[in-house]
Design a protein around this ligand. Structure first.
Ligand code: FE2
Ligand code: FE2
Length: 344
């Protein structure tokens, strides 16, 4: 193939991609895509998957200490949902061409990032409420527009994830409601958890727009639909009336309704702290990564067993195909046997 043919083909591919984006249509794994689009999405989707998996830790820490059997069952279901979110998202990321072992390795080596909110400790039971209400709440604001992301597997994964995040937010709000309508100590515990979670939850939307140079390109590719500050504002507008209904306050002296803008104004966030947590100096960064590495190590036997099983299946299928060429009668029996093997 000459160089000229290749570049003509590339420009045809690029045009097709541009048309799909301009039509607000979807890019599927089979479609050609610019390398920068593939790279951006691989990074975003895998970081999202890592956040779901690491995000299980602060809450899993409270499963054994949940105050009742009902609370324990709800919390376990929630933590399991997060594991599921991680798995859908790793699958979506893999369709972009990077194998899961590589994605895993990027997390375990510390090369890949995850959401910095999960580097804060969950100190009391009320943190289960504050995490559900504020952290899952911020995740919903961020993720509902991602259901329309231009990359098909990512957008489709987000639909189910968002439904489950809504349940997570509701259960967190309900924990805080019970506590804030309980004893004085319980109300204080709820308020303290909200005080600690509010700032980091607002930072989940990422740095201010002026400091987020990649956002513009993601918006042009229809991956991101709203800017970091737009989403943050939407979240603040949503939680202020919810905090009033809870009977709790948000720890922000500058929070007030702005009649002219039709939105709540809010105060400066501590971006120095945000950067220091991202760089590894948060209260739990080291512990979170140690636990993840241990879990990966302890789970090696599951991966080995799955690999051995897949190998056996492939051998059985190959044998069946070989017999099929020898005798048509045998091939039916072998086909049946291999269908049974895969549970068909
Ligand atoms: Fe999740
Ligand atoms: Fe969640």
């Amino acid at each position: 193939m000459t160089e000229q043919t290749t570049s003509t083909e590339n420009s045809v591919d690029q045009q097709h991609f541009d048309t799909l984006i301009a039509d607000d249509s979807r890019i599927e794994p089979r479609d050609w895509m610019p390398e920068a689009y593939r790279k951006t999405l691989t990074r975003q989707v895998s970081q999202h998957a890592h956040s779901e998996i690491i995000g299980m830790q602060p809450e899993a820490n409270w499963i054994t200490r949940a105050p009742s059997l009902k609370r324990k069952a709800i919390l376990m279901a929630k933590v399991q949902d997060e594991a599921g979110h991680g798995l859908y998202l790793y699958s979506a990321a893999e369709t972009l061409g990077t194998p899961r072992e590589v994605l895993n390795q990027q997390l375990l080596s510390g090369k890949a990032k995850y959401s910095s909110i999960f580097n804060y400790p969950a100190r009391t039971w009320a943190d289960m409420g504050a995490i559900g209400w504020l952290v899952d709440g911020a995740a919903i604001c961020n993720q509902v527009p991602l259901c329309r992301a231009s990359y098909g597997p990512y957008g489709r994964a987000m639909v189910r994830i968002c439904k489950e995040e809504s349940f997570h937010q509701r259960q967190g709000w309900e924990i805080l409601y019970e506590l804030s309508h309980g004893s004085e100590e319980q109300k204080q515990m709820a308020q303290d958890a909200v005080n600690r979670t509010y700032g980091p939850a607002l930072q989940m939307f990422g740095p201010p727009d002026a400091d987020s140079p990649n956002s513009q390109q993601s918006m042009e590719w229809n991956i991101k639909r709203f800017s970091n500050d737009e989403l943050r504002q939407r979240f603040v507008d949503m939680i202020v009336p919810q905090a009033e209904a809870l009977g709790l306050t948000l720890p922000d002296a500058d929070l007030k309704w702005n009649e002219e803008r039709g939105h709540y104004d809010y105060g400066q966030l501590d971006w120095d702290e945000f950067m220091s947590v991202i760089k590894g100096s948060g209260p739990c960064n080291v512990q979170r990564m140690q636990r993840r590495r241990k879990a990966h190590h302890d789970g090696a036997w599951v991966r080995e067993a799955a690999e051995a099983y897949a190998k056996r299946q492939m051998q059985a299928a190959a044998q069946a195909a070989e017999s099929a060429t020898d005798s048509p009668e045998v091939s039916i029996v072998a086909g049946r046997a291999s269908a049974e093997l895969i549970g068909a």
